[in-house]
Design a protein around this ligand. Structure first.
Ligand code: DC
Length: 220
Protein backbone atom coordinates (compact mmCIF):
# COMPACT_ATOMS: atom_id res chain seq x y z
CA UNK A 1 0.00 0.00 0.00
CA UNK A 2 1.24 3.48 -0.81
CA UNK A 3 1.60 5.75 2.20
CA UNK A 4 2.30 9.48 2.38
CA UNK A 5 5.69 10.68 3.59
CA UNK A 6 6.30 14.00 5.36
CA UNK A 7 9.62 15.82 5.09
CA UNK A 8 10.09 19.07 7.00
CA UNK A 9 13.01 21.30 7.77
CA UNK A 10 14.52 24.73 7.15
CA UNK A 11 15.27 26.07 3.68
CA UNK A 12 18.04 24.40 1.67
CA UNK A 13 18.39 21.45 4.07
CA UNK A 14 18.06 19.10 1.08
CA UNK A 15 14.36 18.28 1.43
CA UNK A 16 13.43 18.77 -2.22
CA UNK A 17 16.41 16.89 -3.63
CA UNK A 18 15.78 13.94 -1.33
CA UNK A 19 12.04 13.97 -1.93
CA UNK A 20 12.70 13.87 -5.70
CA UNK A 21 15.13 10.96 -5.48
CA UNK A 22 13.01 9.03 -3.06
CA UNK A 23 9.93 9.51 -5.21
CA UNK A 24 11.85 8.01 -8.10
CA UNK A 25 12.99 5.02 -6.03
CA UNK A 26 9.54 4.32 -4.60
CA UNK A 27 7.42 5.25 -7.61
CA UNK A 28 5.80 8.01 -5.57
CA UNK A 29 5.05 11.64 -6.49
CA UNK A 30 6.89 14.56 -4.91
CA UNK A 31 4.80 17.59 -3.96
CA UNK A 32 6.95 20.63 -3.18
CA UNK A 33 4.67 22.68 -0.91
CA UNK A 34 7.20 25.53 -0.66
CA UNK A 35 6.72 26.03 -4.41
CA UNK A 36 3.04 26.70 -3.73
CA UNK A 37 3.84 29.51 -1.26
CA UNK A 38 6.32 30.83 -3.82
CA UNK A 39 3.67 30.82 -6.55
CA UNK A 40 1.34 32.79 -4.27
CA UNK A 41 4.08 35.36 -3.62
CA UNK A 42 4.92 35.67 -7.32
CA UNK A 43 1.29 36.12 -8.26
CA UNK A 44 0.74 38.73 -5.55
CA UNK A 45 3.82 40.71 -6.63
CA UNK A 46 2.72 40.57 -10.26
CA UNK A 47 -0.72 41.83 -9.32
CA UNK A 48 0.66 44.57 -7.06
CA UNK A 49 -0.88 43.08 -3.91
CA UNK A 50 0.99 43.82 -0.67
CA UNK A 51 2.38 40.59 0.83
CA UNK A 52 0.84 41.35 4.22
CA UNK A 53 -2.65 42.08 2.87
CA UNK A 54 -4.32 38.87 4.03
CA UNK A 55 -7.78 39.62 2.69
CA UNK A 56 -6.57 40.38 -0.83
CA UNK A 57 -4.15 37.44 -0.85
CA UNK A 58 -6.85 35.00 0.25
CA UNK A 59 -9.24 36.17 -2.44
CA UNK A 60 -6.42 36.10 -4.99
CA UNK A 61 -5.73 32.43 -4.09
CA UNK A 62 -9.41 31.58 -4.53
CA UNK A 63 -9.22 32.83 -8.15
CA UNK A 64 -5.70 31.64 -8.83
CA UNK A 65 -5.13 28.84 -11.28
CA UNK A 66 -2.25 26.83 -9.85
CA UNK A 67 -1.25 23.44 -11.18
CA UNK A 68 1.39 21.20 -9.63
CA UNK A 69 1.86 18.36 -12.18
CA UNK A 70 3.70 15.21 -11.11
CA UNK A 71 6.75 16.15 -13.21
CA UNK A 72 7.58 18.90 -10.69
CA UNK A 73 6.71 21.91 -12.81
CA UNK A 74 4.73 24.78 -11.32
CA UNK A 75 2.09 26.20 -13.64
CA UNK A 76 0.56 29.53 -12.67
CA UNK A 77 -2.30 30.87 -14.78
CA UNK A 78 -1.14 28.59 -17.60
CA UNK A 79 2.48 29.80 -17.46
CA UNK A 80 5.43 27.63 -16.42
CA UNK A 81 6.92 29.60 -13.50
CA UNK A 82 9.21 26.82 -12.20
CA UNK A 83 12.28 29.04 -12.63
CA UNK A 84 10.71 32.41 -11.83
CA UNK A 85 9.67 31.27 -8.33
CA UNK A 86 13.30 30.49 -7.41
CA UNK A 87 14.47 34.13 -7.46
CA UNK A 88 15.71 35.49 -4.11
CA UNK A 89 12.98 38.10 -3.95
CA UNK A 90 10.37 35.37 -4.24
CA UNK A 91 12.03 33.29 -1.49
CA UNK A 92 11.56 36.16 0.96
CA UNK A 93 8.09 36.88 -0.44
CA UNK A 94 7.05 33.26 0.09
CA UNK A 95 8.19 33.45 3.69
CA UNK A 96 6.11 36.65 4.05
CA UNK A 97 2.86 35.22 2.66
CA UNK A 98 3.36 31.98 4.60
CA UNK A 99 2.79 33.96 7.81
CA UNK A 100 -0.84 34.59 6.85
CA UNK A 101 -3.25 32.10 8.39
CA UNK A 102 -5.74 32.48 5.52
CA UNK A 103 -3.06 31.72 2.96
CA UNK A 104 -1.90 28.67 4.95
CA UNK A 105 -5.43 27.32 5.34
CA UNK A 106 -6.07 27.53 1.58
CA UNK A 107 -2.79 25.87 0.62
CA UNK A 108 -3.02 23.16 3.30
CA UNK A 109 -6.45 22.23 1.98
CA UNK A 110 -5.10 22.02 -1.59
CA UNK A 111 -2.17 19.87 -0.43
CA UNK A 112 -4.39 17.46 1.50
CA UNK A 113 -6.69 17.12 -1.50
CA UNK A 114 -3.80 16.35 -3.86
CA UNK A 115 -2.35 13.53 -1.73
CA UNK A 116 -5.53 12.03 -0.33
CA UNK A 117 -5.00 8.66 -2.04
CA UNK A 118 -1.43 8.15 -0.81
CA UNK A 119 1.80 7.70 -2.75
CA UNK A 120 3.03 11.25 -2.12
CA UNK A 121 6.13 12.72 -0.56
CA UNK A 122 5.44 16.23 0.69
CA UNK A 123 8.21 18.56 1.71
CA UNK A 124 7.70 21.80 3.60
CA UNK A 125 7.57 23.26 7.11
CA UNK A 126 4.26 22.06 8.54
CA UNK A 127 3.79 18.70 6.82
CA UNK A 128 4.35 16.48 9.87
CA UNK A 129 2.61 18.87 12.26
CA UNK A 130 -0.41 20.04 10.20
CA UNK A 131 -0.83 18.77 6.62
CA UNK A 132 -0.11 15.08 7.23
CA UNK A 133 -0.44 14.74 11.00
CA UNK A 134 -1.03 10.99 10.64
CA UNK A 135 1.76 10.24 8.15
CA UNK A 136 3.50 6.98 9.11
CA UNK A 137 6.88 8.40 8.09
CA UNK A 138 7.96 11.88 9.19
CA UNK A 139 11.45 13.16 8.58
CA UNK A 140 12.86 16.38 10.01
CA UNK A 141 15.88 17.36 7.94
CA UNK A 142 18.38 19.86 9.30
CA UNK A 143 21.83 21.20 8.32
CA UNK A 144 24.00 24.09 9.45
CA UNK A 145 23.22 27.48 7.82
CA UNK A 146 26.71 27.44 6.26
CA UNK A 147 26.26 24.01 4.67
CA UNK A 148 22.87 25.08 3.36
CA UNK A 149 24.22 28.36 1.95
CA UNK A 150 26.96 26.49 0.11
CA UNK A 151 24.41 24.15 -1.44
CA UNK A 152 22.16 27.03 -2.50
CA UNK A 153 25.14 28.80 -4.10
CA UNK A 154 25.90 25.70 -6.16
CA UNK A 155 22.25 25.23 -7.10
CA UNK A 156 21.79 28.90 -8.05
CA UNK A 157 24.94 28.89 -10.18
CA UNK A 158 23.57 25.93 -12.11
CA UNK A 159 20.31 27.77 -12.63
CA UNK A 160 21.91 31.09 -13.53
CA UNK A 161 20.54 32.82 -10.40
CA UNK A 162 22.08 35.18 -7.81
CA UNK A 163 24.90 33.18 -6.16
CA UNK A 164 26.75 35.40 -3.68
CA UNK A 165 27.56 33.28 -0.61
CA UNK A 166 27.26 36.05 2.01
CA UNK A 167 23.95 37.32 0.61
CA UNK A 168 22.52 33.81 0.51
CA UNK A 169 23.76 32.96 4.03
CA UNK A 170 22.19 36.12 5.42
CA UNK A 171 18.97 35.36 3.58
CA UNK A 172 18.85 31.81 4.94
CA UNK A 173 19.32 33.05 8.52
CA UNK A 174 16.65 35.70 8.08
CA UNK A 175 14.17 33.18 6.67
CA UNK A 176 15.01 30.64 9.41
CA UNK A 177 14.15 33.25 11.99
CA UNK A 178 10.95 34.28 10.26
CA UNK A 179 9.79 30.68 9.61
CA UNK A 180 10.43 29.52 13.19
CA UNK A 181 9.01 32.60 14.93
CA UNK A 182 5.78 33.17 13.02
CA UNK A 183 2.48 32.87 14.87
CA UNK A 184 0.79 30.25 12.68
CA UNK A 185 2.32 26.78 12.14
CA UNK A 186 5.93 27.81 12.76
CA UNK A 187 8.57 25.35 11.65
CA UNK A 188 8.84 22.76 14.42
CA UNK A 189 9.73 19.11 14.55
CA UNK A 190 6.70 16.86 15.01
CA UNK A 191 7.02 14.71 18.15
CA UNK A 192 7.09 11.53 16.07
CA UNK A 193 9.48 12.83 13.39
CA UNK A 194 12.95 11.39 12.92
CA UNK A 195 15.67 14.04 12.71
CA UNK A 196 18.48 13.75 10.18
CA UNK A 197 21.37 16.22 10.15
CA UNK A 198 22.50 16.33 6.52
CA UNK A 199 25.42 18.77 6.99
CA UNK A 200 28.06 16.12 6.40
CA UNK A 201 26.06 13.58 4.43
CA UNK A 202 25.93 13.04 0.68
CA UNK A 203 22.62 13.00 -1.16
CA UNK A 204 22.92 9.24 -1.57
CA UNK A 205 23.55 8.73 2.17
CA UNK A 206 20.50 10.78 3.11
CA UNK A 207 18.40 8.98 0.49
CA UNK A 208 19.45 5.58 1.84
CA UNK A 209 18.83 6.59 5.46
CA UNK A 210 15.29 7.80 4.66
CA UNK A 211 14.58 4.75 2.48
CA UNK A 212 15.56 2.50 5.40
CA UNK A 213 13.10 4.31 7.65
CA UNK A 214 10.34 4.00 5.03
CA UNK A 215 10.99 0.27 4.62
CA UNK A 216 10.95 -0.26 8.38
CA UNK A 217 7.63 1.57 8.70
CA UNK A 218 5.93 -0.08 5.74
CA UNK A 219 7.43 -3.51 6.37
CA UNK A 220 8.48 -3.81 2.72
O1 DC B 1 10.81 25.34 0.92
P1 DC B 1 10.89 26.72 0.30
O2 DC B 1 12.18 27.43 0.64
O3 DC B 1 10.63 26.70 -1.16
O4 DC B 1 9.69 27.53 0.99
C1 DC B 1 9.43 28.89 0.74
C2 DC B 1 8.78 29.53 1.96
O5 DC B 1 7.46 29.00 2.14
C3 DC B 1 9.51 29.30 3.27
O6 DC B 1 10.20 30.44 3.68
C4 DC B 1 8.44 28.97 4.28
C5 DC B 1 7.19 28.74 3.51
N1 DC B 1 6.64 27.39 3.64
C6 DC B 1 5.74 27.16 4.66
O7 DC B 1 5.50 28.03 5.47
N2 DC B 1 5.14 25.94 4.75
C7 DC B 1 5.41 24.96 3.88
N3 DC B 1 4.80 23.78 4.00
C8 DC B 1 6.36 25.18 2.85
C9 DC B 1 6.97 26.40 2.76
Amino acid sequence: MKINIAIDGPSAAGKSTIADRLAETLGYTHLDTGAMYRAVALNAIRKGIALDDEEKIVSMIADMELQMPADGRVILEGEDVSQAIRANEISMGASDVSKLQGCRAALVEMQQRICKDGGYILDGRDIGTVVLKDAPVKIFMVASPEARAERRVRQNKQNGLEADYETILEDIKKRDYQDTHREHSPLTKAEDAIEIDTSYMSIQEVHDAVLKIVKEKTGE
